[in-house]
Design a protein around this ligand. Structure first.
Ligand code: SF4
Length: 229
């Protein structure tokens, strides 16, 4: 039997939270297509953790090692568990620990009864990274395969709301040959968000295709990180 997925795991100088494996997209480049591990940790959850299980996992992770911030990330879309994201963020804020949300930016569509960005701000969220991955709706739908119509527009609106609310906001793209990195960087810039290029998951059974180097962008330095979110 496979090892059950971990809820909290260390990576770089952060602690990452894996609270759901569900997602409202089915990105063609998603890590889930290739692996159920990140940083060597199994992330396929046996069940979605309760708030108590999340905070207990955080306490254990902090006992292991300190961290600069806690990031909602994992193999799934955290805003599908918005009540747990809000409660955990508040739990962290009371302990003066910064929380960041890695999201596909479709949380408002997933939670139509809540004003999601104001709720995140009230809970004390420190920053948000929104997956952009395309500079136009057609490419977005093809690469990210969202369950919603007009999802690309929702991603931009979510990002705009985060910037307007004063959240430390970044947009990210995956290093992928079908993604126009320069156009995405310009779009992030227009929205007032920082911009970052993420490394792409590699199918262990297939050689990685060659990808051109990312061009310079207008949105400040492009940083690359090994995992998504
Ligand atoms: S939004 Fe993230 S978790 Fe969801 S399918 Fe895309 S890459 Fe995977």
């Amino acid at each position: 039997m496979n090892e059950p997925g971990v809820i909290a795991y260390h990576g770089k100088d952060n602690i990452y939270l894996n609270i759901t494996n569900r997602c409202t997209c089915a990105c063609t480049f998603c890590l889930r297509e290739f692996t159920d591990e990140v940083y060597g940790y199994p992330l396929l959850l046996a069940h979605e953790p309760s708030l108590d299980e999340i905070t207990h996992a955080l306490e254990l992770a902090f006992l292991d090692e300190p961290a600069d911030e806690v990031v909602f990330c994992g193999l799934g879309e955290p805003t599908l568990r918005l009540p747990e994201v809000l409660a955990t963020t508040e739990w962290l804020r009371l302990r003066r620990i910064r929380a960041r949300l890695n999201t596909n930016g479709l949380g408002q569509l997933a939670n139509p009864g809540v004003e999601v960005v104001p709720a995140l701000v009230r809970a004390g969220l420190g920053g948000v990274s929104v997956s952009l991955n395309a500079a136009d709706p057609q490419t977005y739908d093809r690469l990210c395969q969202p369950i919603y119509a007009k999802a690309f527009r929702a991603v931009l609106a979510f990002t705009r709301a985060c910037v307007a609310a004063g959240l430390d906001t970044a947009m990210t793209v995956v290093d992928h040959p079908d993604i126009d990195v320069e156009a995405c960087a310009a779009l992030a810039d227009r929205l007032g968000a920082a911009f970052r290029v993420r490394g792409r998951a590699v199918d262990r059974h297939r050689p990685a295709p060659r990808t051109p180097a990312a061009p310079a962008t207008t949105a400040g330095p492009v940083r690359r990180s090994p995992t998504g979110g």
